[in-house]
Design a protein around this ligand. Structure first.
Ligand SMILES: Cc1cc2nc3c(=O)[nH]c(=O)nc-3n(C[C@H](O)[C@H](O)[C@H](O)COP(=O)(O)OP(=O)(O)OC[C@H]3O[C@@H](n4cnc5c(N)ncnc54)[C@H](O)[C@@H]3O)c2cc1C
Length: 374
């Protein structure tokens, strides 16, 4: 007889952790399976740690709605449990005249998404706020901020455990098979292959989430679930740039990412990035030859920066549903009942603003799970 559980969550990144924390509150028998030796070692610890306002995404998209809701949930959680954050604010800058219309479009888009505190800035207003920045105009987003993502992950992990969720590390899901009204989940750990039965399976496997969907029998090409890896590298600026800016500074966005931006760390350090390069494989090395491109990009609005002040820092990889040159794709958060797989919930393409939206995503999934058990 195989062991039976209620809910198996695949992946202990911020999405798996937040979901476990949400569900364990009401439900016993929640297990999180993670292939690495601990939580949060992949995309959830390889990002800008920015709490996004929710400006960029099309109105009514999950990205827009869950970002705006998640931002407010996250600030409240950080306040309540002393998770370090700073509501720095952010300015998107138009480095030249041609980019100003882009700022106006973002202003409108943000307002449609419920970000109602945005302010368009003239060159003089921008200069007053950020004397080191050279740009024609800006869009100020006061509700953007930064947080200590590791403390958030650790908090979600310990809260979920306290509520009864069980974590199984060093355990990779290698098979999912529908068996009656449940799933047989096959796992590989140090001792070999084993299996158990779960009523609900939640796929929060990040960069692997398309493969997990495929394991469960979904035709990922047909479903539009095929992921493209889009690497984002970071360079740090030397300590002489501490506090060179007071807010996060972003260029007007490019297609695959938000553009190489200037991000503050909570310790006052300054980092540049990420860039956006589609890659075939997961490799977290930073390509030092990208340094010049970073320099050229940032020099447009931070003219005092010197090439030798940039040092490679780290990289993350976006699990993107949109390939190079393709149009916007929303998060996939789907209960696969219509595909003939009731009880399987897929989270695919959870790129930015996934960290910001994590608590709202967890609530969204929590509602799906509740319906399954009611
Ligand atoms: C460069 C970059 C910058 C970003 N900046 C921001 C930002 O500033 N603000 C923001 O809101 N968002 C940002 N994001 C997005 C955010 O980081 C992600 O949306 C979020 O971390 C996704 O979390 P996750 O739990 O889905 O994925 P992950 O953290 O990747 O977790 C998935 C987990 O699943 C596990 N797993 C995979 N396959 C299996 C298997 N078969 N069996 C068991 N376990 C498995 C993995 O080991 C991993 O731990 C950024 C992303 C990138 C790449």
């Amino acid at each position: 007889m195989l062991t039976e559980i209620d809910v198996a969550i695949i992946g202990a990144g911020v999405i798996g952790l937040a979901t476990a924390n949400e569900i364990a509150q009401r439900k016993k028998g929640v297990f999180v399976l993670e292939k690495n030796h601990t939580f949060g070692l992949e995309t959830s610890s390889r990002n800008s740690e920015v709490i996004h306002a929710g400006i960029y995404y099309p109105e009514d998209s999950l990205k827009a709605k869950l970002c705006v809701e998640g931002k407010s949930l996250l600030y409240k959680l950080c306040d309540k449990y002393n998770i370090a954050y700073k509501k720095t604010g952010k300015i998107i800058v138009a480095a030249d005249e041609n980019e100003i219309s882009g700022l106006e479009e973002l202003y409108e888009q943000g307002r449609k998404n419920g970000v109602d505190d945005l302010v368009l800035l003239s060159r003089t207003e921008l200069k007053k706020l950020e004397p080191s920045i050279e740009a024609r105009a800006g869009l100020l987003s006061p509700s953007s901020g930064i947080l200590d993502s590791y403390t958030l992950l650790k908090f979600l992990y310990s809260q979920a455990r306290e509520k009864g969720a069980e974590f199984v590390f060093g355990t990779e899901v290698v098979g999912i098979e529908r068996m009656g009204a449940k799933y047989r989940v096959e796992i590989r750990d140090r001792e070999g292959i084993a299996a158990f039965i779960s009523r609900v399976v939640i796929n929060a496997a990040g960069l692997n989430s398309d493969r997990i969907a495929q394991l469960a029998g979904i035709d990922v090409a047909k479903a539009g679930y095929k992921l493209h890896y889009c690497k984002g590298e970071y360079f740090s600026l030397s300590s002489k740039y501490r506090n060179v800016v007071n807010r996060l500074i972003y260029p007007t966005p490019e297609q695959a990412g938000h553009g190489i931006h200037v991000t503050l760390r909570l310790d006052g350090g300054v980092r540049l990035g990420p860039n956006a390069r589609y890659v075939e494989a997961i490799d977290y090395g930073v390509d030092e030859t990208q340094k010049k491109a970073f320099y050229n990009s940032v020099k447009r609005f931070l003219p005092h920066v010197e090439l030798e002040d940039l040092a490679p820092e780290f990289a993350g990889i976006r699990p993107k549903l949109q390939g190079p040159g393709e149009a916007f794709q929303d998060f996939v958060i789907a209960h696969e009942e219509k595909t003939g797989l009731p009880g399987l919930i897929n989270l695919i393409g959870i790129e930015s603003p996934g960290l910001t939206a994590s608590l709202a995503i967890a609530r969204y999934v929590g509602r799906m799970v509740k319906e399954l058990f009611d």
